[in-house]
Each structure stands twice: as C-alpha cells, then as structure tokens.
Design a protein around this ligand. Structure first.
Ligand code: XMP
Length: 518
C-alpha cells in the first residue's frame, strides 16, 4: 500500500463548540491528520473512516435538552480510543450510565486542577500536590461517573475534572485542552495521540505535497485544467501543485482587474515566472473600470466585479480550447460540514470568487487544499519554494481596492489609494508589524477636509488606516500599533501622497464592524 499519512487519522465529532476547529489545529500541529465531522454521521461512516482515535468536542447543549446532540452508544465498543471534551465528557457519562446534573450557572474561566493519579493521559504531568491552570467553560456538571470510570483530576469546584475508564481507552476532560489558557493542553492532547492512540507524527507538509501531486495526476490524467491566479498564497500554491502534477496541461489565468495594488501585477508575474509557472495574463483593467463608472453602492460594485471576472475568465478559457478541470484554492474551514462555525460574513457581503463557473462551463473541480488550514498552506508554500514575501502576504479581497475606495472608483482615486497602501505595507514591514497582524491597509474616504500646507489652504482627501488582529477573519480586533508607527504612517501618507491631507485610525472591532469597509 502507498504511504498515506491520512490512513492514520483522528476523527473529531463536532457538537457545536466554538473551539472544535481549534482541536483540529492542535492535533495537526502534532503532525497527525484529523477531520471534523458532524456528531450525527452514521456509525458505518465512522467505521469506513477507520480512525485511530476519536475526539468528542464540546458544545453549547445540555445532555437533557430536547433534541440534544448525541451519538450511537456503539461507538464506545469500537475499541478505538476516545477523548470526550466538556460536552463530549458529559455525553459519554450520560450514555454509559453516569449522572449529569443540570446547572443554570456556567463555570467559565480559569481553574486549577490537581492530577489525582498517574494515567496515560497525564503522562509526565503527575506530581503529588502539583496543580495546573486549565480553562473551563461548561454549564452542566457530572455528579456520578458511569460504571467502570474513575476520576483522575479534580478542581475545587469540579470533583470530576478528568476521568478515565479503568480497562478501556476512554477518557474525558471537563476543561478545554485545545485553548492556550490550559497550560498543559498540548501535553494532554499529545498523550492522547501518541500514548493512547499510538499514532505517529507523520502528517507533514512534505508528505502532503507528495500525496497531493500523485492524487491530482491520477484524477486529471492528461486532460486540461485551468485556474485563476491572484498572486495570493492559496491560489498560487494550488497552481504550483497542479502544475507539478500535470505540467503544461495546466493554464493558470491571471486577470488584472485594474483594482490591484501598486506594481502588483508586475511583481506577481515576476515571481510566478521564477517559480517556473507560465501564466496567461489578461489585462482587463479598462473593462472593469468602465463597468464601475458612476457606481457607488458597495454591493453593486462587488456584483459587477464578480460578474465581469467570470466573463473575462470564461472568454479566456474558451480561447484556450477544451478544458475539463478548474483548480481552486478552497481551504478546509470552507468545507467543514459543521454545527459550529458558519460565520455570518458570507451573507453580509457577497464574496468574490469563481462561483457558478464550474457548472456553467461544465468543469470538474480540483481542490488540492481542501484538507488544509491556512497555516498549513503557508508551510506547503515554503516547501514548494515560494518567496517568504508572498507566503506571508496579507489577505487581499477579490474586488481589490474597489471596496477600499468608498464611493465611485476612478483612476485618480485608485492612484491615491495605491500610493497610500504601498506606504502602509512598507512601514508595517519596516517596523516589524506586518507579520504580527492579520491585515493592514488604507481606505480612501468619500469626503474632503480642510488643511493647511505651507501657507496654503488645502481641501483634500482623507485616508483611514485599518490594521487588525484576527485568527480566521470571522472576528477581529484593531491592532494597538505604537504611536510612533502611527505617526510615521500618517506623516508619510500626508507628505508623499498628493491629494491627501488627513489620516485617521480605525478603532472598531469585528463584530460589530467588518474588516473591509465595504
Ligand atoms: P470582512 O470585511 O467581511 O472580511 O470582515 C473578512 C475577510 O475576507 C476578506 N474579504 C474578501 N476576500 N473576496 C475575498 O477573497 C471578497 O470579496 C472579500 N471581501 C472581504 C477581507 O479582506 C478579510 O480578510
């Protein structure tokens, strides 16, 4: 059998916790492949996945709620090690004959646990009298353990903070090992993976690249594939993988919509060439700008850009000839069928992608990154020799600068924003903040204000700066940039960008604001 790190996988059953995705990321960090599935997938499917370990996630429900998420009890007879986290532990207890008490009050926040006895789950952690900080977030609590279980850790208010079966590899923790506030969280997960499930750390991005290329080659064969390249890390890694698999049968298409950053098209084309990708470059700037003339409404702008992109892309694909596949950089968080993390953004803004295109052109999809988290894609990028500058590039929206120019998009306003944006990026990099933040950019406001330059009155544009911290763009907080960095940004933008006489800093979080202004 071919070596495949996915054969050694952990299944995470999702009961709706906000931190389910974190569990998966922590496990992947240990170089173990894992997948998240909804709690109610059939037992036959679980058997088909042949997991080497199962994690039952937390969740907001009470086991006594009507319709509370539950699982087939037979899962405990599979002989596969199981770790129940929070709700997962309570459900295990409830299903196997213990007693869970309803509680109106949530225990939320840090707690100190004492490990009561040595256990494979606590290997290397058990020391008499030692306590560790953990993170609790639960409503109901366990009153009586199920038969065959014993308590292996407790806190002052939670006598059953962790449990283990005396003969079977079934464990439960009331706290959340996946969050950073649980100081021994990683040790516990490592013990579960390596001591209890006996897994090996073989899920590396090197092994991923090998198996992905092989898989693409098998699926696409000698047929033709196209993909849209934006220069962003996801689409570039996708193109590189597909190109390594099928060579010239891939044609990456790079559409310049005229809404790119300063020198972006040239830079992107330059490094793609260096990476050995020959790209079909289409400069459609004029078409896009014509369509956007006079349009001020953000949603209208987004729709126009999305539609025009599809038109250009489709025309180009037709020119290339017969094509069977479209490669896309879809990531794992977009495909997880889960109870917990469907963010609101999709319905708040119409995101720009090649949606609808595969059906219209009858193309089959190739999505080599479907199993990866963003940080893993970055590792793959490095593995494939992509320049660091590109690997750590901030996300840039499909509709580009158009949604950072409030009001009408014109050549003049694009030119102003491009200059301001370039300064923001340069200064963030110089001060070491670029890599520390999720995104940093400039926004051009649709107003003018009065200023004075030399002895002259000015009546010029206002630029807003938006710099945010985030882990997944679902929520974000404004970055507390040092005053001297802000000062330099403001000074340079006002001095160097013709037509700007005022700079503001956006101090709104998401929610209730969003990251982009439109
Ligand atoms: P918001 O503004 O919704 O943005 O808080 C969340 C993240 O998504 C990016 N974004 C987009 N990305 N096409 C994209 O590919 C889009 O239409 C789009 N709109 C927003 C945004 O930059 C942020 O990272």
């Amino acid at each position: 059998m071919v070596f495949n790190p996915k054969n050694q996988m952990v299944l995470i059953l999702d009961f709706g916790s906000q931190t389910t995705q974190l569990i998966a990321r922590r496990i992947r960090e240990q170089k173990v492949y894992c997948e998240i599935h909804p709690f109610n997938i059939p037992l036959s499917k679980i058997k088909g996945l042949a997991p080497k370990g199962i994690v039952l996630s937390g969740g907001p429900s009470s086991v006594y709620d009507q319709g509370a998420p539950t699982i087939d009890k037979a899962i405990f007879d599979l002989g596969v090690p199981i770790l129940g986290i929070c709700y997962g532990m309570q459900l295990t207890t409830h299903l196997l004959g213990g007693q869970v008490e309803r509680s109106e009050k949530r225990e939320y926040g840090p707690a100190l646990i004492e490990i009561l006895k040595d256990s494979p789950l606590f290997k290397g952690l058990y020391k008499e009298g030692a306590t560790y900080k953990v993170w609790m977030s639960h409503g109901d609590r366990i009153e009586v353990l199920a038969p065959g279980f014993e308590t292996i850790a407790s806190t002052e208010s939670t006598p059953f903070a962790a449990m283990s079966h005396t003969t079977l590899p079934i464990y439960g923790v009331q706290f959340h090992p996946e969050v950073v506030h649980t100081e021994i969280g990683n040790d516990i997960l490592k013990n579960f993976l390596f001591e209890i499930c006996r897994l090996e750390p073989i899920w590396t991005m090197h092994s991923f690249v090998e198996s992905a290329i092989k898989e693409i080659r098998e699926v696409v064969g000698d047929r033709r594939c196209i993909c849209a390249l934006s220069g962003g890390v996801d689409s570039t890694v996708t193109a590189l993988l597909v190109s390594k698999a099928i060579g010239d049968n891939l044609t990456p298409i790079f559409v310049n919509n005229g809404l790119l950053r300063k020198n972006e098209a040239e830079t992107v084309l330059g490094f793609l060439k260096e990476l050995g990708l020959s790209v079909d470059y289409v400069d459609a700037s004029a078409r896009f700008l014509k369509k956007l003339k006079g349009v001020e409404d953000p949603e209208k702008k987004r729709k126009i850009i999305g539609e025009e992109f599809i038109n250009v892309f489709e025309e180009e694909a037709k020119r290339i000839g017969k094509v069977d596949f479209l490669a896309q950089g879809t990531l794992y968080p977009d495909v997880i069928e889960s109870v917990s993390f469907k963010g609101p953004s999709a319905t708040i803004k119409s995101h720009h992608n090649v949606g609808g295109l595969p059906e219209r052109m009858r193309l089959k999809l190739v999505e080599p990154l479907r199993e990866l988290f963003k940080d893993e894609v970055r590792q793959v990028a490095l593995e494939l020799g992509m320049p660091e500058d590109l690997v750590w590039r901030h996300p840039f929206p499909g509709p580009g600068l158009a949604i950072r120019i409030l009001g009408e998009v014109t050549e003049e306003r694009l030119a102003i924003l491009r200059e301001a944006d370039a300064i923001v990026i340069e200064e963030l990099k110089k001060s070491g903040w670029y890599r520390k933040v999720w995104q940093g950019f400039a926004v051009l406001l649709p107003i003018r204000t009065v200023g004075v330059m030399g002895d002259e009155r000015t009546y010029d544009h206002v630029v807003a700066l938006r710099v945010v911290n985030s882990v997944d763009a679902m929520t974000a907080d404004w970055t507390r940039l040092p005053y001297d960095v802000l000062e330099r940004l403001s000074m340079r933008i006002i001095n160097e960008v013709q037509g700007v006489n005022r700079v503001c800093y956006d101090i709104s979080s998401k929610p209730p604001s969003t990251i982009e202004w439109e």
